[in-house]
Design a protein around this ligand. Structure first.
Ligand SMILES: *[C@@H]1O[C@H](CO)[C@@H](O)[C@H](O)[C@H]1NC(C)=O
Ligand SMILES: *[C@@H]1O[C@H](CO)[C@@H](O)[C@H](O)[C@H]1NC(C)=O
Length: 484
């Protein structure tokens, strides 16, 4: 059923205090999200990188631990021999920067209530002013309890999907690598606890440090390659004009429309608002849903059209900073790409020599910023036209939608198979890729499986001629010229 949440209060003429009280009591009644809550489910497809994993895989809402085997996964004469998984951390708190902006907006709303002394400015603005902020600086992007759950459940599903790889015997040979960020280290630990639960149902998991495979190893050069690429840092990250289209869209007509509307709804002068504050209000709607499982009153500020515009604003940033906007964004991930193929190569070699595969499962924990450049490097989700500040309408059907690609706990998995055909004695190796547990057709063939050699051949250039030292080097000044 639908809760009569804040929206209905907007037009009422009752005094602000009474409204706020009514709001809080109505929220107390309906704050736990009812399935199918119309407001949130209308907005949640546009939450971008703050999308819940279960919104991309809706079947998980009813049974989050049941593996859903993609029917396109190979079986029969092909045995999986190695799995390399890149995993984004689970649900997290807002960053300190986001919390600061939210506090600023909240302060604006509260100042309006106490300063004017008028009762007429009630409604949603008053209700939001009375609504506790719920986020503090210390939370700064850390993994939340729901995020640990995301990871434990992913571990349980993957272990059930690839039982031979995640066998009890292989447990000590698991290889975990992680970014140094807390949320990633904690995600790795939660994943291990999920596996423990798989092997020993009902037994409480030991401390990660005491686990057989040891704690995840930190490697930022691999998982946060973007922090170690000088060319990226200079030309994109620290370059004020690199995100030109993001800034232009913030002041463009689509955002202006939302600014005016929100100014009316919240009874705050339009000059006090800006795109960043609007965006943080929208993020808070998504954070309250993902972290607390509630329908936040912040969601009532927006309708679906606003949500689509704010999703585009988020995607624009990802596009120019992590995706196809600049070549260096994706080229900086070559190291990670080559690392994956080194693991696969080694497994193929060991298998050909009839040796056991030394690392049957490799788990790497990182960020949306780790996955997007890699997927771009491999040619995925590329639109014909770039995303710009001026083609919002034309890009409504775009492929590059971060909410579909990198929600919380998103994962890109390479599965290497050893295949033996009874009729022909020739053995061969095949590869499948999974994005968020669904088979991702290969970029070069659109097929759901590829011969390992064909895949390597397709990515020959990246495997052979992409050297981080060269790709990430800043163009040299011509010193010969200087000396003249
Ligand atoms: C910053 O970005 C702009 C736009 O891509 C580019 O023209 C300029 O060369 C960049 N500046 C630096 C220092 O790389
Ligand atoms: C450096 O500048 C000189 C003079 O313009 C030019 O002849 C030479 O090719 C340049 N070298 C490089 C490496 O760009």
């Amino acid at each position: 059923m639908l809760c009569g949440c804040p929206g209905v209060l907007r037009t009422s003429a009752a005094p602000a205090a009474a409204l706020a009280a009514a709001l809080l009591s109505s929220l107390a009644r309906c704050s736990l999200l009812e399935p199918g809550d119309a407001v949130v489910s209308a907005l949640s497809p546009y939450f971008g990188t703050k999308t819940r994993y279960e919104d991309v895989n809706p079947a998980l809402r009813s049974d989050p631990e049941a593996p859903r085997r993609d029917p396109r996964l190979l079986e029969g004469s092909c045995t999986p021999v190695q799995l390399v998984a890149l995993i984004r951390h689970g649900t997290r708190y807002p960053t300190a920067k986001q919390i600061r902006k939210l506090r600023q907006l909240h302060g604006l709303l509260q100042a309006r209530r106490s300063g004017g002394g008028d009762g007429e400015a009630g409604g949603l603005g008053a209700a939001l002013a009375a609504w506790p902020l719920g986020y503090a600086d210390w939370m700064d992007g850390q993994l939340v309890e729901k995020g640990r759950l995301d990871m434990r459940r992913l571990a349980l599903r993957l272990a059930a999907l690839f039982p031979a790889l995640f066998s009890r015997e292989n447990y000590g040979r698991l290889r975990l690598v992680t970014s140094s960020k807390h949320r990633c280290v904690d995600s790795g630990a939660a994943f291990l606890q999920g596996l423990w639960q798989h092997y020993h149902p009902g037994l409480p998991p030991p401390d990660v440090a005491d686990m057989e495979c040891g704690p995840p190893r930190i490697n930022d050069k691999l998982m946060r390659f973007f922090d170690h690429c000088e060319k990226f840092l200079t030309e994109v990250e620290r370059n004020e004009t690199a995100l030109y289209h993001v800034e232009a869209f913030k002041t463009g007509p689509e955002m202006q429309t939302i600014l005016k509307k929100v100014s009316d709804t919240l009874q705050v002068p339009v000059n006090d608002l800006n795109a960043d504050l609007i965006q943080v209000a929208f993020f808070t709607c998504s954070f309250d849903l993902a972290i607390k499982g509630i329908k936040s009153p912040w969601c009532d500020v927006f309708d679906v059209d606003d949500a689509k515009v704010l999703e585009y604003l988020n995607d624009l940033k990802q596009y120019w900073k992590r995706g196809y906007g600049y070549t260096i964004n994706s080229r900086s991930s070559c190291t990670l790409f080559q690392d994956i193929f080194r693991h696969l190569d080694k497994a193929v070699e060991q298998k050909q020599r009839s040796q056991p595969v030394s690392s049957p499962v490799i788990l790497q924990f990182g960020h949306a910023e780790t996955l997007l450049p890699l997927l771009s490097l491999m040619g995925y989700f590329k639109d014909k036209e770039p995303l710009t500040a001026y083609n919002y309408e034309e890009q409504v059907q775009r492929k590059f939608r971060s909410g579909h690609i990198v929600p919380y706990a998103s994962n890109l998995i390479f599965v290497l198979y050893h295949c033996e055909d009874a009729k022909t004695p020739k053995e061969e190796f095949q590869v499948q890729m999974l994005l968020n547990e669904k088979v991702l057709p290969l970029a070069h063939s659109q097929e759901t499986v590829s011969l390992y050699e064909d895949l390597k051949n397709h990515y020959k250039d990246i495997l052979q001629s992409c050297q981080t030292s060269e790709e990430c080097a800043l163009p040299k000044m011509n010193s010969t010229f200087d000396e003249l």
